[in-house]
Design a protein around this ligand. Structure first.
Ligand code: OGA
Ligand code: MN
Length: 277
């Protein structure tokens, strides 16, 4: 913990002001949750309140120029990769992906803005930014990001198209929330949205938000994550969980011949790390 005196003595006061302003604007943004979250009636009020707090979408986070700037830096590299289609048992269909460390100056500024709004100051973050390019036919099946490789917050920018992300409670599958991810928006998924709900990106044949069909075109997402916490790592050491992990790995290795560098991030339908039953 940083002491208040240290904060006053350092030059972090203006930064703190910015952070207060950011969290205030997040609060204001959340009041508009019905514009981007469609939560099933089976969700009780308390869970709904927590979900609204833990799944935020900021529309128009990027300007047209910023979206274009990110895309222009990524496209020359992405277009050299092949889309993956035929691994029916993978978490994703119709995609190519990479991780990127170095960004040009203007894109570094954009990504810093993402990190500042999504993660409290001092949060250890994964330095590599994950870039996922889905074809128009592409979709992501329900999964929970692996707790071994990813911390409690996932912040994703959506480029090129609108789409629908669906969250489904991993134990009570009837509790769902459709999330409208508009082109140029930023989503911040944390807490129960990250650990207790699977997430997926819907294919076009069921891509709907409330009564509207949301046609998904090619989509590029740019995703920042934080590092797993000590608590997450410690929980992974619990023997029972170790054996769950081993089972998962042997399942993955049997069904998934592809050794894609990023497949470890996604844990298909796994109930994360919680030892509740
Ligand atoms: C993932 C994922 C969501 C997105 O790669 O694990 O869920 O916004 N991506 O692309
Ligand atoms: Mn994911």
């Amino acid at each position: 913990m940083i002491s208040f005196a240290k904060i006053l003595a350092s030059n972090t006061v203006p930064k703190m002001r910015i952070i207060c302003r950011l969290s205030h604007s997040l609060e204001v943004n959340r009041e508009r949750w019905k514009e981007y979250l469609d939560i099933s009636e089976s969700c009780d009020e308390e869970l709904q309140r927590t979900l609204v707090k833990d799944m935020t979408v900021i529309e128009e986070f990027l300007s047209d120029d910023e979206e274009n700037s990110l895309f222009q830096e990524l496209e020359p590299y992405m277009k050299k990769l092949h889309y993956e289609f035929d691994h029916w048992d993978d978490a994703i269909h119709g995609y190519r992906e990479t991780e990127r460390l170095q960004w040009n100056k203007s894109n570094t500024i954009i990504l810093d803005r993402v990190r500042n709004i999504a993660f409290p100051p001092g949060t250890p973050q994964l330095k590599l930014v994950h870039v996922l390019d889905l074809t128009e036919e592409g979709y992501i099946k329900p999964h929970i990001d692996s707790v071994r490789f990813c911390g409690n917050t996932i912040a994703g920018l959506s480029l090129l198209t609108d789409c629908v992300m669906r969250l489904a409670h991993h134990k009570q599958k009837e509790i769902t929330a459709n999330v409208l991810l508009k082109r140029k928006s930023l989503y911040i998924m944390k807490g129960i949205a990250r650990f207790d709900f699977t997430h997926e990106i819907l294919p076009n044949d069921c891509s709907k938000f409330r009564d509207g069909i949301i046609h998904k075109g090619r989509r590029v997402s740019v995703i920042c994550r934080n590092e797993p916490s000590g608590e997450q790592s410690v929980l992974c050491l619990i023997p029972r969980l170790m054996s769950m992990e081993r089972q998962r790995h042997s399942l993955l290795n049997k069904s998934n011949r592809r050794t894609h560098s990023l497949s470890h991030i996604r844990t298909a339908n796994q109930p994360a790390y919680k030892v509740t039953d």
